[in-house]
Structures are given as structure tokens and as C-alpha cells.
Design a protein around this ligand. Structure first.
Ligand code: CA
Length: 141
């Protein structure tokens, strides 16, 4: 599972990166919105952890742009903005989950595992369909 971590708080990014790697995730880190969009222009990641307070673009703009471009990558917002309005806005813009800082690492990891399970189910379903379509009839029987 490859994660793009978008976070401009470098000590936090480093701590997150270490914890995520210990869990077996491959992590790429960027520290601003433009770099996030550039990294997400190619399908190199399976999910995104997105901070909202970024130095250039707001994280909500990054999310909006992704969804406008029909990039349906799971996005988990991880931000200091903890108001209900901000949570509702983030989820309505297409985030899959929203966790406010300060957060506990076990909770973040558990939420990422939820997304991972969902992705796993979806991709094995696609593989099943693909198999059924490519195997010639004489081999199937
Ligand atoms: Ca920030």
C-alpha cells in the first residue's frame, strides 16, 4: 500500500512516516499542495493523508482538484481544524475520512486499515472479473 503524505509540519511528517513504514506502508512525503497535485497526476499511490493548512494551496483545494479530475483515490484528512463545519466540508468534498490533530497513532493506523481492507476487497473483485473474462471456455470446463 503506497501512501502519499501531504504535511508541512516536518517533525510530524517524519514521525508519521516512521510509524507508517513500521506498519508496512510505503510512504512518499510532500510538504505543499502543488507538489501533492503533481505527485497525484500519475497513479503511483493507493491513498493520501492530507493536511489542510498547507503553505501554498489549502488542502481542501487539493481535494477539490482531485475529485474534479475524477481521481478517486482514498483521502484521509489529518488536520488541526477540528470544527464540525470543517469536518462536514472535508467529507462532503470527497474525503474518505477525517481525523483532527492532536490524534493518536493507533487510531490513524486503524482508520487506514479500514481503507486498505476496502481497497483489497475491491481489487480482488476486479481480478476475479478479469479472470473470468480472459480464460477461454475450453480451459474453464
Ligand atoms: Ca499544516
Amino acid at each position: 500500500m503506497r501512501i502519499l503524505l501531504v504535511e508541512d509540519d516536518l517533525p510530524l511528517a517524519e514521525a508519521l512516516q516512521q510509524s507508517l513504514q513500521r506498519e508496512g506502508f510505503v510512504v512518499n512525503h510532500v510538504d505543499c499542495g502543488q507538489l501533492a497535485l503533481a505527485s497525484l497526476a500519475t497513479p503511483d499511490h493507493d491513498m493520501v493523508i492530507l493536511d489542510l493548512g498547507l503553505p501554498d494551496l489549502d488542502g481542501t483545494e487539493v481535494l477539490k482538484t482531485l475529485r474534479t479530475k475524477k481521481i478517486q483515490l482514498p483521502v484521509v484528512i489529518l488536520t488541526a481544524r477540528d470544527s464540525i463545519e470543517s469536518k462536514v466540508q472535508g467529507l462532503d468534498l470527497g474525503a474518505d475520512d477525517y481525523l483532527a490533530k492532536p490524534f493518536e497513532m493507533p487510531e490513524l493506523l486503524a482508520r487506514l486499515r479500514v481503507i486498505e481492507r476496502r481497497l483489497g476487497t475491491a481489487s480482488s473483485a476486479i481480478i476475479e472479473i478479469a479472470k473470468r473474462n480472459v480464460i477461454p471456455d475450453h480451459i474453464k470446463s
